[in-house]
Design a protein around this ligand. Structure first.
Ligand SMILES: Nc1ncnc2c1ncn2[C@@H]1O[C@H](COP(=O)(O)OP(=O)(O)O)[C@@H](O)[C@H]1O
Ligand SMILES: [Mg+2]
Length: 241
C-alpha cells in the first residue's frame, strides 16, 4: 500500500498554556473521504488548524505527500496543496461572489495551473446566478458553497472542511454532501469535520472519533455506523440509519 497523502502522528497543540490536542494520529489516504467527529470542544477545529498551520504544534508531526509540513505556516501548506474551509466561512459581505472567490487565488500552489474563477463559479449552480451579488445577499447554504468555491481556486489536493453543513436546512445539507462527493470523484482528497454524525457517516469512507484531544475510536464508516456502543459513548447519539 502507498503512503497516505496526509499522515498526522502524536500531534500536540493548543492555545497559550492550554493543551487541546493530546497526541492525535490520523491518516488520510489519497482519494478518500475521511471524517473527524466528536462532541463540541474536543479539538476537531484545532486539529484542522494545526494541520493548516494557523496553530503551531508543540509535539508530533504532519507529513503531506512525502513532505514534513509540521512547522509550515498557512501560506506554506496552501502552496503544498492543502485548503481549509473554515467553520465561520469568512464570506466578505461587501464583496461580490466573484470577488470573494478571487481571494482564493492569492497564495496557493505554484506548480499547477489554477482554475479560472469563472470556471469554478460556473460549477456551482447556486453561485452562478449570484456572481455579481454581494456576499451579504447570500443564504447560509450559498455562503458555504462560496467558501468551498474559494478553496477550490487554489486547486488543492487535500480539502479540509470544518462543519460545512452547520446551520443549514436539510435540503441544503444534501447539496453540500453531493458537492463533497463530486469533488472527491474528481480526485480531491477530503478531510471532513462534522457535528452531524449522519452526514459524516454517509459521506466518509473512514472515521476518526475524537474525545478530549485524542482519537478514541476509528474504523470504516459502516463499522462505526453499526457500533451503537461507540456512537452512544462518544457522540451521545443512538442508532444511525
Ligand atoms: N482561539 C482559541 N483560544 C483559546 N482556546 C480555544 C480557541 N479555540 C478553541 N479553544 C478551546 O480549545 C478546545 C477545543 O476547541 P475546538 O478545537 O474548537 O473544538 P471542536 O471543534 O471539537 O468543537 C475548547 O476547549 C475551546 O474552548
Ligand atoms: Mg469546531
Amino acid at each position: 500500500m502507498s503512503d497516505p497523502l496526509l499522515s498526522v502522528r502524536g500531534l500536540v497543540s493548543g492555545y497559550g498554556s492550554t493543551r487541546v490536542l493530546q497526541g492525535v494520529d490520523i491518516d488520510v489516504p489519497s482519494g478518500s473521504v475521511v471524517t473527524l467527529i466528536g462532541r463540541n470542544g474536543v479539538g476537531k477545529t484545532t486539529t484542522l488548524r494545526t494541520i493548516h498551520g494557523s496553530v503551531a504544534p508543540t509535539e508530533g508531526s504532519v507529513m503531506f505527500d512525502g513532505t514534513d509540513i509540521t512547522d509550515y505556516s498557512p501560506e506554506q501548506t496552501a502552496r503544498e496543496g492543502i485548503a481549509l474551509v473554515p467553520e465561520d466561512r469568512r464570506v466578505f459581505p461587501g464583496l461580490t461572489v466573484r470577488e470573494n472567490v478571487e481571494i482564493g487565488r492569492i497564495g496557493g500552489r505554484r506548480d499547477t495551473t489554477k482554475p479560472a474563477v469563472e470556471e469554478i463559479i460556473s460549477e456551482f449552480e447556486n453561485l452562478r446566478r449570484h456572481r455579481e451579488s454581494n456576499g451579504s445577499a447570500l443564504s447560509g447554504g450559498e455562503q458555504q458553497m462560496l467558501a468551498i468555491a474559494r478553496a477550490l481556486v487554489s486547486a488543492p489536493d487535500l480539502l479540509m472542511l470544518d462543519e460545512p453543513t452547520e446551520g443549514l436546512a436539510p435540503s441544503i445539507v444534501q447539496q453540500v454532501q453531493r458537492k463533497i462527493a463530486s469533488l472527491n470523484d474528481e480526485g480531491v482528497t477530503i478531510l471532513l469535520v462534522e457535528q452531524n454524525v449522519q452526514v459524516a457517516l454517509d459521506t466518509a469512507d473512514y472515521v476518526y472519533i475524537l474525545d478530549k484531544g485524542q482519537v478514541v475510536h476509528e474504523g470504516s464508516a459502516d463499522d462505526v455506523a453499526a457500533n451503537d456502543d461507540v456512537l452512544d459513548r462518544y457522540l451521545g447519539v443512538s442508532a444511525v440509519e
